[in-house]
Design a protein around this ligand. Structure first.
Ligand SMILES: *Cc1c(COP(=O)(O)O)cnc(C)c1O
Length: 224
């Protein structure tokens, strides 16, 4: 199993490097290993292969896995839809980053709690770039304005960029369009401190990198 995960990671890094070098030799692309379908043992094995950043989309799973693996210096990213009643639990686990801030209301609730606890939280705004009813996130038209507003009114949320899930379709040009749109908004926010553009999953990460992503969230391709 360890050798399989190691080979998966090597293959993924090679594919990322190819995609990256084709567009930008100077960009660094970060890998967040999405462990939501994986066991604690598998996470520990991938860590032993050199992977540090992991992502979970349910607060309860994040709690169990991160506490079980407490002795390892892992960097945990929360990538799921956060409900208000889970805010306290999430913050108590001190995630490295919240990638999926999807509403102003949630931002304000987080801000209140963070202020009270005198904590900061690195955060990405999630963009619903393909405007899908099934997905959460800010509509692209209001993302820029919301980014500035949250930056101003929620000082304990350290906004550092955008996250988006590609359009849910097999049509590559539609997926590309959704990535390009998110990248355009990201570019407009670069002078406001946006540094991370998290786009790309197992089925579309090379396309996402071609469209400007510098953070890919990979589950099945790493843990298969
Ligand atoms: C599950 C998930 C991923 C990883 O998906 P794969 O297709 O398995 O790579 C990435 N981002 C988010 C937000 C997810 O929920």
């Amino acid at each position: 199993m360890q050798t399989r995960l190691n080979q998966n990671l090597i293959n993924v890094i090679e594919r990322i490097e190819k995609a990256r070098i084709a567009v930008d030799r100077h960009r660094i692309v970060r890998i967040v290993a999405v462990s939501k379908y994986s066991t604690q043992e598998e996470i520990a094995m991938l860590y032993a292969c050199g992977q540090r950043a992991f992502g979970e989309n349910k607060v309860q799973d994040f709690k169990e896995k991160s506490q079980f693996l407490e002795s390892l210096p892992l960097e945990w990213h929360f990538i799921g839809s956060l409900q208000s009643n889970k805010i306290n639990m999430l913050l108590s686990l001190n995630p490295f980053m919240l990638q999926s801030l999807h509403s102003l209301e949630l931002a304000e609730q987080l801000q209140k709690r963070l202020h009270k606890e005198n904590k900061n939280l690195r955060t990405l705004l999630q963009v619903n770039s393909a405007k899908e009813a099934s997905k959460s996130g800010f509509m692209p038209e209001i993302t820029y304005e919301m980014y500035l507003k949250i930056q101003e009114s929620c000082p304990n949320l350290k906004l550092c960029g955008l996250m988006s899930i590609g359009a849910h379709t097999n049509d590559k040009t539609e997926i590309q369009k959704s990535f390009e749109l998110t990248h355009k908004i990201f570019e407009s926010l670069q002078n406001k401190g946006a540094e991370v553009l998290s786009m790309g999953m197992s089925d579309d990460f090379e396309l996402a990198i071609a469209c400007g992503s510098n953070c890919v969230r990979l589950g099945s391709v790493l843990f298969k």
